[in-house]
Design a protein around this ligand. Structure first.
Ligand SMILES: [Zn+2]
Ligand SMILES: [Zn+2]
Length: 194
């Protein structure tokens, strides 16, 4: 079942290495997502119902799986590098999804609430514990198209890239002139072989 915010803070600090405003924001975001979807036990009984998309590789993202139990290695956490403090929580059973975006105004709200606190991080940590969900996040109900190959537990034969020979899982190959290519060989390589 869902725990309290202070309980999650302890777990998040241990997993992330420190407690910071971003962690609290991520925990609040995940808790609000669970509330909106009506999921009471995301890391337990409801764990097969949930897939989460995250849009930034920062502190808040580390906190989200603490609540949801969604992990990259279980294919239940999907990373789209959009540079936004945002996440989409998808309920696979009810086929509903909600995208939450951290409001730009919350840093300003934190300054207004705690002008006497010198540290920005402490200011924001306090405010992010106390502000209402609606003040922290913008809510957008969305449709997320997840193919069977995107689902946790999907099984299919691996394909070998016709160019580099490396194995590709989960239908991530690209077919060019009838040849299956990995995405690196198809032009998305982020590294240069030396
Ligand atoms: Zn942090
Ligand atoms: Zn290749």
């Amino acid at each position: 079942m869902l725990k309290s915010l202070p309980e999650y803070e302890v777990l998040a600090a241990a997993a992330h290495g420190h407690l910071c405003a971003g962690q609290i924001l991520g925990l609040r975001m995940a808790l609000y997502g669970m509330k909106l979807l009506g999921l009471e036990d995301p890391a337990g009984a409801d764990r097969k119902r949930l897939v989460t998309f995250v849009e930034i590789d920062r502190c808040a993202t580390d906190a989200i799986p603490i609540v949801t139990g969604c992990r990259l290695g279980k294919r239940a956490l999907k990373f789209r590098d959009f540079g936004k403090v945002a996440a989409t929580f998808c309920d696979l059973r009810d086929n509903s999804a909600v995208r939450l975006v951290a409001r730009e105004s919350s840093k300003q709200r934190a300054r207004e609430m705690y002008p006497e606190v010198a540290s920005r991080n402490l200011q924001q940590m306090r405010a992010y514990r106390e502000l209402a969900d609606e003040e922290l996040f913008e809510t957008q109900w969305v449709r997320v198209r997840l193919g069977p190959e995107d689902m946790p537990g999907y099984k299919a034969p691996r394909v070998m890239c016709a160019q580099c020979g490396e194995g590709i899982s989960f239908k991530r190959e690209v077919v060019r002139q009838g040849r299956p290519l990995c995405r690196a060989c198809a032009g998305e390589r982020y590294y240069e072989p030396l």
